[in-house]
Design a protein around this ligand. Sequence first.
Ligand code: ADP
Ligand code: MG
Length: 560
Amino acid sequence: MQEKGNISIHTENIFPIIKKFLYSDNEIFLRELVSNAVDATQKLKRLSSLGEFNGDTDGLQVEIKVDADRKTITISDQGIGMTAEEIKKYINQVAFSGATEFMEKFKEAKDAKEIIGKFGLGFYSAFMVADKVEINTLSYQQGAQPARWICDGSTEFEITDGDRATRGTEITLYINEESEEFLEESKLRGILNKYCQFLPVPIKFGTRTEREPDGEDEEGKPKFKEVTVDDIINNTAPIWTKAPGELSDEDYLNFYRELYPFSEEPLFWIHLNVDYPFNLTGVLYFPKIKNELELQRNKIKLFSRQVFITDEVKDIVPEFLMLLHGVIDSPDIPLNVSRSFLQADGNVKKINNYVTRKVADKLSELFKTDRKSFEEKWADIGLFVKYGMISEEKFYDKAKDFVLLENVNKEFFTLEEYHNKTKDLQTDKEGNVVYLYSNDPARQHSFIQGAEKRGYDVLLMNSPLDNHFIGQMESKLEKVRMKRVDADVVDKLIEKEEKIESILSEDQSKMVKDLFDKAINKPMMDVEVTGLSPDELPVTVTMDEFMRRMKEMAKTGGGM
Ligand code: ADP
Ligand code: MG
């Protein structure tokens, strides 16, 4: 048999698009072809479980080989294979997704979602790196004939009888000149690790030697021998595909190490698992964030049915959750599409909301079940919670019940607790409750002392986000004012009953004040002589909170 033909009219326009625009990243040809091979394997297993295929489906794997001399890469599988008719249908009709048809057929089947699909032009991405592509395949069907398809990247193809003796498909790419880098083993291995690390079928790439126990020597010591084993590059059953009930803390920690070798242990994690109104699984880890807000971004990996898609999860998770680590796997996230499409996609918005809610729920649960440990982790959690409260309205509404305020004495309060603590004593003449804070307790020590002397509490606000967080609290909390402890405020709060007695007469006080005013000579600064006993603060120098913020703004060029 030999047949020549034209692929289809539309392809003439589509080829250049594939080559240039659709995949800006040409390395994804490997992801597409390997996931097709995995699909074909999964389909065979599926048919077997439905009783439509009676052969052995144990140990099926996908293999990738490079031949540097022939300049070829081959991807082979032991999956369902294709007949010549199927090649015409599935390969020649570009954008016709066999997977979609398969999904229709087995919609009722429980594991149909394991079939990687939705990639549309997946197979044709091969032409981004190859001048010529050859398919050698033998269908699983009884009495099927092997078939061969060759195409040189034009719209013309050729189908002939093939010579493949075993079931499955082998795709050979004749790598073009610009893409020869892909013939390097290390390059290819890197790409495989990136996209195929968690595919559900074993992926073999070469072999490696391993030491295996081999009895004992004359002295009774264990002996080892070197054996050559298949180098399987993937973990076929990553934890997010399992039920949380099956998993121990150690499993989660091990997976974290697998994702981010050499990283510090995470604080805790959330197992995501939803199938309505969209499908999504995953595990998100809270890393030790410390103050390195910028360094930690883009650590969440996005998968679609265990195929790695991207680690740019912007839009899919809210901005503040970009600090989290882990994986999200959803077949409902559109893949080979532009960013603007992603933003417009309804599922993406829903996913975004879902993830925000889950994170808030987890934090709330931690707070409620173990407040002590929650407080201990606050140095890490706090930054993240505040970031979320500043940037996401929805998150603010949930987090306001578990966000903690820490004072300079390392005591923690919820917003409500803090309000109750301060509302009676720390009010100004307009009836606002004034929250005092310090961003540098060492330097503001004397002011803190002065405030505490009067029975006031001083919050610690020294994280990189606190300036913004302070603004957020002022705008959200009714009748609350935030004042830095060295602002001219402490004395203006409504005094408690026992007035602090000065040991100086009025004249003496005035003399001291004049002396200080002259020495400082800055009209912005306010000198207050309280004239307490010598071991306390006789004089404080303060600046109006507003003036100080203005001054800082001028210095830093914006922000507060
Ligand atoms: P999709 O995977 O989204 O269906 P592709 O362009 O990647 O789109 O593949 C088109 C079709 O070609 C597949 O749906 C499948 O029917 C067929 N196909 C591709 N690769 C293989 C393979 N290795 N084994 C069997 N069929 C394959
Ligand atoms: Mg595909």
